[in-house]
Design a binder for this molecule. Structure first.
Ligand code: ADP
Ligand code: MG
Length: 683
């Protein structure tokens, strides 16, 4: 039922509700209070004892604002037929016009005796509405997110007026045994109590139940999607014989690490099945993911399948291509790089070669997903650094093909995210990097030591090492000009600070050919110092570059700083990372401080989570998951784990949720996800 037809809601209020996405009575029930008041039953003033927490109903007799005091205060005297009470609000001047003499208020707080006079200090209070004397009960309980067009009290009145009549209609999702085992109250009680909690204990139970439901539905959606992918799409099984295995391993000029081997075993086990692999390969920068991915690619090729490798940018795609080339020298495997620069007949010939199956491995950006590229037999898709990809985009990818799919990410994913945004993937983790990596020393340099740092860098450059200088912006912000920007600094560094070295500029807005050229020169060691924006953030692999300067380091998040820093420390030589930042922001400071102490991506990711809270990184919407209204995947982690386990169990025992008792769950699921997860066909 639309809210507009409820008592107390007309077209105007319905419109306000609509702005908050509240259209139906069901939405209204899920419009949860943002906070709750617990107010004791009112006591007559004459019976109040000092040190009791009480609420009083009294007539405002007088009101006096003493703004001249060092701590200005608003003083009121209120009375009922048994006595008089003084109430003070420090800094309460702004309350003056709500508290005119003659009004009746409810005030709640701790009573004290002050100069033999009963007193409440800074109590919560509420002016009784003469037209609605019953409104005293609105003082207790939920406080709703409100606006000046619709107050919390009005919202509460509307919700209370429907609550009794609809709670009985709220369907239960689970059977009694489960509720008992999981220590969850009924859904009906949960809705009644979240809006109108009898006490704090019951409120806590209501919250727990509603959070659980929300997390459960999310996990159920993920579990179903995963089930569908596994059972309704077929991928070509890629068999790995000993011969194939040893042939692939011969390509690598080193022994694989234990973690690489473990990941490969998991991948092989997936790829040998006819269900599509759906796996996330997670490992810090430089941990050796590319090698693992290439193993998977060569396994597919050995099984006469084609492979698409996709990176977020052309630079990265080029980089991947180069490292693949390095390993595949003199190999029969046909591979090629597709760039935006490929046009005309050259392009159509290339596409034809892909279509005919002549090409084994195609490397490019996500533009490879575009419709005009057809494969003869695409067996494996590898996506690099797609942590920005969400559940929904992955679903998109699946629509076009059902190859095996391997997603690589260097961003350590906290457990919470692994269970939500990546909750439909299996995960392989490379924890330890290959041996022979020099240490990275990270310093946060203050202004007066800048010269010293430059001199130190000059020494290293003279010793034929290379350096990255990274800036948060391409050009200075004309308005503030406060942050150093790549373009200006490039001028300054190349002419004034390091005139004896070759200093070049690289940023995302340069033509792609130019970017490729600069990267290639840098790789060959012809450029000593590369000034850039965050385009070097991911994937660039130049072991001889052992110095990194990050300007405006406070502008970057921990994960990003760590990514950037991962560009150095790729050879046995010791590497140095210098962070420059002037900031008063405490969070930024602690980020920089942690950076100087830790080089462990997982540790940093956990810190980041604690520092920033579950902000944008966890935006569920962005990941194609429904918004969470009450649960938090960070604060309610234990519930999330339980919800995930139960959801996946439910799907494995009743994949289509066809059992009659699941009807309500199925409906709720569809209402939450819409068709985002392609669930319509099971409803
Ligand atoms: P990632 O893709 O995780 O950033 P890469 O696969 O690019 O890491 O590997 C980083 C560097 O480590 C590369 O230069 C690669 O040649 C080297 N490397 C990878 N695996 C090993 C190994 N098992 N032993 C020694 N060096 C390795
Ligand atoms: Mg890599």
């Amino acid at each position: 039922m639309p809210v507009q037809f409820l008592k107390g809601v007309g077209p105007a209020r319905a419109e306000t509700f609509a702005q908050w996405s509240v259209e139906t009575v069901g939405d209204l029930l899920e419009y949860f209070p943002r906070d709750w008041n617990f107010v004791p039953e009112p006591t007559k003033i004459g019976y109040v004892k000092p040190n009791q927490t009480v609420s009083l109903i009294g007539l405002v007799e007088s009101i006096d604002y003493q703004g001249y005091r060092r701590r200005p205060l608003l003083e009121a005297f209120v009375s009922d037929d048994t006595g008089m009470c003084r109430i003070v609000w420090f800094h309460g001047g702004y309350l003056r016009n709500q508290l005119e003499p003659g009004r009746v208020i409810v005030a709640s707080g701790k009573a004290t005796l002050y100069k033999h006079q009963l007193q409440l200090t800074n109590p919560k209070f509420f002016v009784l509405d003469e037209e609605h004397p019953e409104s005293v009960e609105y003082f207790s309980g939920g406080i709703y997110p409100a606006s000046n067009r619709l107050s919390s009290r009005q919202i509460k009145r509307i919700i209370t007026s429907v609550l009794d009549s609809v709670t009985d209609l709220i369907p239960e999702f689970y059977d009694k045994d489960f509720l008992k085992k999981a220590e969850l109250i009924s859904r009906k009680d949960a809705f009644a109590w979240i809006h109108n909690p009898p006490d704090e204990e019951k409120l806590a139970q209501a919250k727990r139940r509603l959070k659980y439901d929300e997390l459960f539905l999310m996990q159920l959606g993920l579990a179903l999607r995963r089930y569908k992918v596994q059972h309704f799409s077929e991928a070509p099984p890629c068999v790995c014989t000993d011969e194939i295995d040893s042939r692939i391993r011969k390509r690598f000029p080193f022994l694989l690490t234990e973690d690489q081997d473990a990941s490969i075993s998991e991948i092989v086990a997936d790829m040998e099945k006819s269900e599509p692999m759906n796996r996330l390969l997670q490992g810090d920068v430089g941990s050796g993911k590319t090698v693992v991915a290439l193993y998977a690619a060569l396994l597919a090729v050995a099984n006469k399948m084609q492979v698409a490798i996709m990176a977020p940018t052309e630079i990265l795609a080029g980089q991947h291509f180069l490292s693949i080339e390095r390993y595949l020298k003199n190999s029969h495997v046909k591979r090629l790089l597709i760039t935006g620069g490929l046009t005309g007949t050259k392009r159509s010939e290339t596409l034809k070669a892909i279509r005919s199956g002549e090409i084994d491995i195609v490397v490019g950006t996500v533009a490879l997903l575009q419709a005009d590229i057809e494969f003869q037999q695409l067996g494996l898709v590898i996506i690099d650094e797609q942590h920005k990809f969400g559940v929904e985009q992955r679903a998109q990818l699946r629509k076009q093909t059902t190859p095996h799919c391997l997603v690589m990410t260097a961003t350590p994913i906290p457990r919470t995210l692994a269970m939500t945004a990546f909750g439909d993937l299996d995960v392989s983790i490379i924890k330890h990097s290959p041996p022979g990596r020099g240490a990275i020393v990270t310093r946060w340099v203050d202004r007066c030591n800048r010269k010293k740092a430059y001199e130190f860098i000059r020494e290293r450059l003279r010793a034929k090492k290379q350096a990255y200088f990274v800036y948060p912006r391409i050009t200075a912000d004309e308005q503030t000009g406060e942050v150093k920007a790549a373009t200006d600094e490039w001028q300054y560094l190349s002419t004034t600070v390091f005139p004896e070295f070759r200093v070049e500029l690289l940023h995302g807005q340069m033509p792609s050919a130019k970017k490729q050229e600069i990267m290639s020169e840098f790789r060959k060691g012809k450029i000593d110092l590369l000034v850039s924006t965050v385009v070097v953030e991911v994937g660039v692999d130049v072991p001889n570059a052992t110095i990194m300067v990050i300007e405006g380091a406070d502008r970057f998040g921990l994960a990003q700083l760590h990514q950037l820093r991962g560009r150095i420390g790729r050879s046995e030589a010791k590497s140095y990372c210098f962070l420059f930042a002037e900031t008063d922001n405490e969070i930024a400071k602690s980020r920089l401080e942690i950076m100087t102490r830790s080089n462990d991506g997982f540790e940093l990711a956990e810190h980041d989570l604690r520092l920033r809270g579950p902000g944008e990184m966890f935006s569920t919407r962005q990941h194609g998951l429904p918004d969470l209204k009450i649960a938090s995947i960070v604060d309610d982690f234990e519930l999330l784990v339980m919800a995930r386990r139960n959801a996946f169990e439910m799907v494995s025992s009743d994949p289509m949720l066809t059992k009659s008792e699941r009807t309500t769950i199925r409906r709720a699921l569809l209402a939450k996800f819409g068709d985002a997860l392609g669930l319509a066909d099971i409803a």
